[in-house]
Design a protein around this ligand. Structure first.
Ligand code: MN
Ligand code: MN
Ligand code: MN
Length: 280
């Protein structure tokens, strides 16, 4: 019997991923993923196409309806993945609309900040690079690269767009409990995405897990793409302490990024309760 691979965090062209939902599902299948959550930023727009594409595959693959919501906690930008969302939920549809409006507003503010730094035209540039998809920071990063303002995407975030940098705008996002409420009221489970990315101290991470759990959060990504040895065990400890179920995912955005490849991440550590245990 082959092992069932759950990849519960991935992106398509409906947000900042490079593949269509159909191509994403095909690639996931090639990588032997059995259960794939499509978790585009603040939208479920690709889920129906992905589920349709899964029906055409030779080997079974289940697509979980998800989204990765941006929010804030203690003034920091945090990402919360919603899994098993009811696509017909009014609350979900309203939430997607509100978040998209905030994205548009935020892009305007980022562009204004870059403009002040002597970098004009970034909104138009980012829109062009998004080619019709929703515009986000990666497109601003691409624009900065294109304009030779930086030498890499990573540098664009380090110099301009990352947390605390001159082009960083996060005040628009809702508080974490609001996002958890949207997810729960849409029939889903809320999961803290890539907890290691926020550069929290261990004390702050525990506080986040505690408060998230208290407002109805269900889980935490214990494994997110390629990560340092020992991290999963540490995160599992925190998850267990605050009654959070363990999730795992690649956070796949595009091919040629082997550290975020579909289905490719280390196994869950021992002693955790996987989030999918209650799904059947
Ligand atoms: Mn992304
Ligand atoms: Mn994220
Ligand atoms: Mn993501």
């Amino acid at each position: 019997m082959s092992q069932v691979i759950y990849d519960l965090h991935s992106h398509s062209r409906c947000s900042d991923g490079f593949l269509t939902p159909t191509d994403l599902v095909k690639r996931a299948s090639e990588k032997n993923v059995s259960v794939l959550a499509l978790t585009d930023h603040d939208t479920c727009a690709g889920v129906v196409e992905a589920q349709q594409a899964a029906l055409e595959l030779d080997q079974p693959l289940q697509v979980v309806a998800g989204a990765e919501f941006s929010c804030q906690w203690l003034g920091r930008g945090i990402h919360i993945v919603g899994l098993n969302l009811d696509l017909d939920s009014d609350i979900l549809q309203q939430a997607e609309k509100v978040q998209q409006q905030r994205r548009v507003e935020r892009c305007g503010l980022i562009a204004a900040k870059l403009d002040k730094l002597g970098i004009p035209g970034s909104l138009e540039g980012a829109k062009r690079l998004a080619s019709g998809g929703s515009v986000g920071r990666p497109h601003f990063a691409q624009y900065l690269l294109e304009q030779n303002r930086v030498s890499s995407i990573a540098q664009a975030f380090k110099k301009y767009l990352g947390s605390g940098k001159p082009g960083d705008v996060k005040a628009l996002w809702p508080e974490i409990e609001e996002v958890v409420a949207w997810i729960v009221e849409s029939g889903g489970q809320a999961v803290i995405a890539h907890p290691d990315k926020y550069k929290l101290t261990r004390t702050k991470l525990r506080l986040l897990a505690d408060q998230f759990s208290a407002v109805g959060g269900a889980g935490m990504e214990v494994v997110s793409g390629h990560q340092a040895p020992g991290l999963a065990e540490n995160l599992a400890q925190v998850a267990n302490q605050y009654q959070l179920l363990a999730s795992c995912g690649s956070d796949f955005h595009q091919p040629n990024q082997p550290w975020q490849e579909l289905g490719r991440f280390s196994a869950m550590p021992a002693g955790i309760e996987p989030i999918w245990q209650s799904w059947h």
